[in-house]
Design a protein around this ligand. Structure first.
Ligand code: BES
Ligand code: ZN
Ligand code: ZN
Length: 475
């Protein structure tokens, strides 16, 4: 999709459809020239709802197989001004968004909404392929530049969605590692390193290796370093769970729960593309992405319920459930991060628990930290409000750690109590942190897939790449 600053309105061709927002119609309307988008209750709207309106406009245009659009930026800003009254950002941080920021939102949301995952659909020649041109009236150069930033970020988010959406047979640990190398080949200030199984063994990452045992595919550890800040500044480390397929292992998932588990590598794709987005924007900060990659498969050598693994930290872990594999590979990645990078903060991103969906539904990711001193949740909340990547905090009090005790090893990967599964998973991770290590966990299972009302294509959401891109140089 291409945006163009429309300086000479008269030159617009006939085939270009005008989008208008209307508060007085009952449903969206298209008369062949003008596409009217219904606006509901704007006085009670929020900036988040405005995002939904923009996506709705774009996807309605797609449904009409429109290729060229024109839109007046003043109209959008007017809506934003009305919505500002109760804006998410104003509520969280007491600030309102500028015209430039609204322009970024427009660029971002249109590109995000124009995405469809069609890689596996046999293509007919001349088939409709989404919006091609968007002409924008009444947008100045500074605003247009900001719109292009939104566009650039969304294009990266869409790449992350494609990687998550790709079926497991085509997104193996090896393929993900090669893809990472390719994506960063020409990106300034970045270095990608891939550890193979032998090197992972040398690092003594027994938890990652344990999960990988059942798969014919070797695990990988991908690291991406970005140096945009001062040489001596400690990095922010992002750690992304990349289970290329989660069968549950010998503790097999039922078929209904297994569908879509090719997306269990979404933490990894989010991490990789957050690094790409940060590097493309040239942010002045140092960030490292660490992505442990494996399949959780069934094989003759699968790890078993009851096995005891020795993690890189030296802690032994009783595997009481092979389906709680994410926390195992993250534990080793956390140890690896602390040993090799001395991070100023660690944020892990993972489709970690079904319990997170039980807790909050499918409309926000859960953020958790073990220390009330950490500034990370507040920064994340602010960035979440600014980007529409919703997050909500849950506690990780010490009492939850007591649920992860094992009678035969240093720790168990399964809680002794039935409730609070998203929190006990985080409590498990927190046991692998060095003293005073600043850390936040994001359970993105709730936002793994878009839902009705998101006004996005079926499949992965790419959240929270945008949030983390905003957060990277504020930590
Ligand atoms: N990948 C799943 C969590 C998940 C479930 C993500 C649904 C997205 C949608 C994770 O590895 C898992 O299986 N967790 C178990 C943990 C349990 C065995 C303690 C779960 O949530 O059931
Ligand atoms: Zn699992
Ligand atoms: Zn999993």
């Amino acid at each position: 999709m291409r945006f163009q600053q429309n300086k000479e309105k008269s030159s617009i061709k006939k085939s270009v459809i005008t989008i208008i927002f209307d508060q007085n119609i009952k449903s969206n309307r298209f008369d062949g020239k003008v596409l009217k988008i219904k606006i509901e209750d704007i006085k009670n709207a929020s900036l988040y709802k405005l995002r939904l309106v923009l996506r709705n406009a774009l996807r309605t245009a797609q449904a009409q197989e429109i290729e060229n659009l024109t839109i007046d930026f003043n109209d959008i800003y007017k809506l934003a001004e009305l919505a500002h009254v109760k804006s998410d950002v104003a509520k969280v941080v007491g600030e309102e968004l500028s015209r430039a920021e609204i322009a970024q939102m427009l660029g971002y949301e249109f590109v995000l909404a124009n995405y469809n995952f069609t890689d596996y659909i046999s293509k007919k020649k001349d088939a409709y392929n989404g919006i091609k041109n968007v002409y924008i009236n009444n947008i100045d150069n500074k605003e247009f530049k900001e719109l292009n930033i939104g566009q650039e970020i969304a294009e990266v988010v869409n790449k992350s969605r494609t990687v998550s959406n790709t079926p497991a047979q085509d997104m193996t640990p090896e393929i993900l590692a090669t893809l990472t190398k390719d994506e960063f080949k020409n990106i300034k200030n970045t270095t990608v390193k891939i550890l193979n199984k032998k090197q992972i063994q040398e690092q003594k990452m027994g938890a990652l290796l344990g999960v990988a045992q059942g798969s014919s595919k070797e695990p990988k550890l991908i690291t991406i370093e970005y140096k945009g800040g001062n040489k001596s500044d400690k990095p922010l480390v992002l750690i992304g769970k990349a289970v290329t397929y989660d069968t549950g292992g010998l503790g097999l998932k039922p078929a209904e729960g297994m569908v879509d588990m090719h997306m269990d590598m979404s933490g990894g794709s989010v991490t990789m593309y957050t690094l790409l987005s940060i590097a493309k924007l040239g942010l002045k900060c140092n960030v490292v992405g660490i992505i442990p990659v494996t399949e959780n498969a069934i094989g003759k050598d699968s790890y078993r319920n009851g096995d005891i693994l020795k993690s890189m930290s030296g802690k032994t872990i009783e595997v009481r459930h092979t389906d709680a594999e994410g926390r195992l590979i993250l534990a080793d990645a956390i140890t690896y991060a602390q040993k090799h990078y001395k991070p100023k903060a660690i944020i892990d991103i993972a489709t970690l628990t079904g319990a997170a969906l039980v807790a909050i539904g499918q409309h926000a990711s859960l953020i958790m930290t073990n220390s009330c001193k950490s500034k990370l949740p507040n920064i994340a909340r602010k960035c979440g409000a600014e980007t529409g990547n919703k997050v909500w905090q849950m506690p990780v009090w010490d009492v939850y750690k007591t649920h992860m005790k094992s009678k035969v090893a240093d720790i168990s990967n399964l809680s002794n109590v039935r409730w609070g599964g998203a929190i006990t998973a985080a409590a498990f991770l927190s046991e692998f942190l060095d003293k005073d290590q600043d850390w936040m966990h994001i359970d993105i299972a709730p936002r793994m897939e878009a839902v009705e009302g998101d006004n996005l294509a079926h499949g992965a959401t790419g959240e929270p790449v945008y949030l983390l891109t905003k957060l990277a140089d504020r930590v």
